[in-house]
Design a protein around this ligand. Structure first.
Ligand code: PLP
Length: 385
């Protein structure tokens, strides 16, 4: 079996991640923050270790600014609903995932907010920065309060210039929320230098943690409304949630085994180096682009953007049908619309969505060769009929 669906979730996980989840479940999985006995304290220590690793990875001075969530969507909903107020105007990019688009759409449908979409594509990667900033400037209104940017698209590998967008947000007093679902662990992210107010990241993709792990990294001093209220292990006699992070935002029992695994995943990434991981995945990207680009009947989308995901279609074959055929050949990848209607419109992929390959550090060029062999076989068979 060849797994090329790493943009959905990475698989397999590194041995160190599997070992740590197992160790947690066997040796120290008390309820962190609820009791003061040895197993509860051991679990709390493991959680703190993960906060520290994540804070260091994302350039945050204090581990308390790392809030654990269950996935990126959860983190984005917390930031969007916790920070916006009635009457606010929001800017989102034309590549946003439904994890951004749907909560924004719903708030808009309820008459709470208004929003506009700023263009990010197509411009050449070199021409992007000024064009993107101009597009944003033109759309800022007196009541614009937040800008959301999908750091790296989940369709193609288009990447937004966070440093420049962050500086503009700072200058214009906008809250800067970043969806790092496809970039955490693959691209350098420094919340301080990039002026990010809320970074939303999955644990289960490029950080190689288990599913059920996610991160919301908040700028120090930011206080949001809560999405959930309940037990936090502190101030138990108060009706109100604590007013400090992370306890204010972590209602209920945390996913300790997932967070313990995530800690091992972040260590794995930091040991390898984000830059090395990115370079290795770009190399795979270039190799696959070359092989598919030389295959008659294959359309590539945004091939000039080199990164960890490559989007393509096969002439005359719906992407979901092609994915089912590849699955039979033992190759896992995703087809259809990838929860990103805005991006599909931007890239003009047509009525059937597209096939997406997502790489991880565990893929080899032999995986790509097998994919291309199967693609050629599918095209040959379909053109016979
Ligand atoms: N944002 C982007 C760009 C994504 O690619 C994804 C998932 O694929 C999400 C958000 C949602 O991530 P999660 O599944 O962790 O909620």
């Amino acid at each position: 079996m060849i797994y090329l669906d790493n943009a959905a979730t990475t698989f397999p996980k590194p041995p160190s991640v599997r070992r740590e989840v197992d160790r947690c479940l066997r040796d120290y999985c008390g309820n962190p923050g609820r009791s003061a006995h040895a197993l509860s304290l051991a679990a709390a220590e493991a959680i703190f270790d993960c906060r520290r690793e994540a804070a260091e990875l994302f350039g945050l001075p204090s581990p308390e600014q790392i809030i654990f969530t269950y996935n990126t969507t959860h983190a984005l909903n917390m930031a969007i609903k916790g920070l916006l107020r009635r009457g606010d105007h929001v800017l989102i990019s034309d590549m946003e995932h439904n994890a951004v688009y749907r909560p924004i759409w719903l708030l808009h449908a309820f008459g709470e907010i208004t929003f506009d979409i700023y263009p990010t594509y197509p411009a050449s990667p070199e021409a992007d920065v000024e064009a993107i900033l101009d597009g944003i400037r033109q759309r800022i209104r007196p009541n614009t309060r937040m800008l959301i940017a999908s750091h790296v698209s989940n369709l193609c590998s288009a990447e937004l210039p966070l440093t420049e967008i962050g500086a503009l947000c700072r200058e214009r007093g906008l809250l800067f929320v970043v969806d790092a679902a496809q970039s955490a662990g693959i691209a350098d992210i420094d919340c301080g230098a990039m002026e990010i107010d809320a970074l939303c990241a999955p644990g289960h993709k490029g950080l190689y943690g288990p599913q059920g792990s996610g991160i919301l990294a908040l700028r120090a001093g930011t206080v949001m409304a809560t999405l959930l209220e309940g037990g936090s292990g502190v101030n138990s006699l108060d009706g109100a949630m604590p007013d400090f992070a992370p306890e204010r935002y972590e209602a209920g029992t945390l996913a300790t085994p997932a967070i313990a695994g995530l800690c091992a995943g972040i260590r794995f990434v930091r040991e390898r180096g984000v830059g090395q991981i990115r370079a290795a995945e770009q190399m795979l990207y270039r190799r696959l682009r070359e092989m598919l680009g030389n295959t008659k009947g294959v359309t590539l989308y945004a091939p000039e953007r080199e990164g960890s995901t490559l989007l393509f279609n096969l002439d005359g074959i719906a992407s979901t049908q092609a994915a089912a055929m590849l699955d039979k050949a033992g190759i896992c990848l995703r087809a259809g619309f990838h929860c990103a209607p805005l991006g599909h419109r931007t890239l003009n992929t047509g009525d059937d969505g597209a096939l997406r390959v997502g790489f991880s550090v565990f893929n080899r060029t032999t995986d790509l060769e097998a994919l291309v062999r199967s693609v050629k076989e599918i095209l040959r068979e379909s053109h016979k009929n």
